[in-house]
Write a protein that binds this ligand. Sequence first.
Ligand code: SF4
Length: 241
Amino acid sequence: MPIAKTKSKTAAKKQPKTSPASRATHGPLAPERIAAILKALDEAYPAAECALVHRSPWELLVATILSAQCTDVRVNLVTPELFRRFPTPAAMAQATLPELEELIRTTGFFHNKAKSIQGAAKKIVAEFGGQVPETLAELITLPGVARKTASVVLGVCFGKAEGVVVDTHVLRIAHRLDLAKTETPEKVEQELMRILPPSRWIDFSHQIIHHGREICAARKPHCDRCNLEPLCASKDKTWQS
Ligand code: SF4
């Protein structure tokens, strides 16, 4: 019947409007694949933690600011003396910029970093009673503290998952594992937050950062030693099982 034909044509035209959720059941974002990746990460890095040495939220905040464009190893060499001289926000608020610059010089960009940590110390003393605030909204008002630094402190020190920390390792490996398509850390974070359970946001970053340092290196990944290899279809792979 003509009417029935018209209806079935219309229905056929509407079919391609597949929802993102239903697409995700088969592609790289299928829940089974995400679960397998998380399981493999747990097996490879059961105790992955933040590599920046710290004894308090304040020390981690400062160490994270210093880690911009610098290795964690280098930051860990600098912070013991920095915190011996200026152990609290109140003490660091009294430090002069030349004093701070001298202590953190080897982490690079030391003029800006000294201003940031001195400014953060002053603001914490003046507006937060000398304690590092525990919310994202407050943390990002501190000089030198953007969303990534705030997420590190909230996740590691306060167990609050406000986001997924996307550093250079997480950015690279999210692309290699086909977990994200966008280019900026901010957008990749949003993609990861959509596909990972919030309970995994903190650990996932730590595990992937370890994976990036130990196995999935930027220039020559050690795919022959990677337990994620069966799940990875990256064009950067150096070995195929
Ligand atoms: S298989 Fe290679 S490229 Fe893929 S995650 Fe492992 S080390 Fe990285």
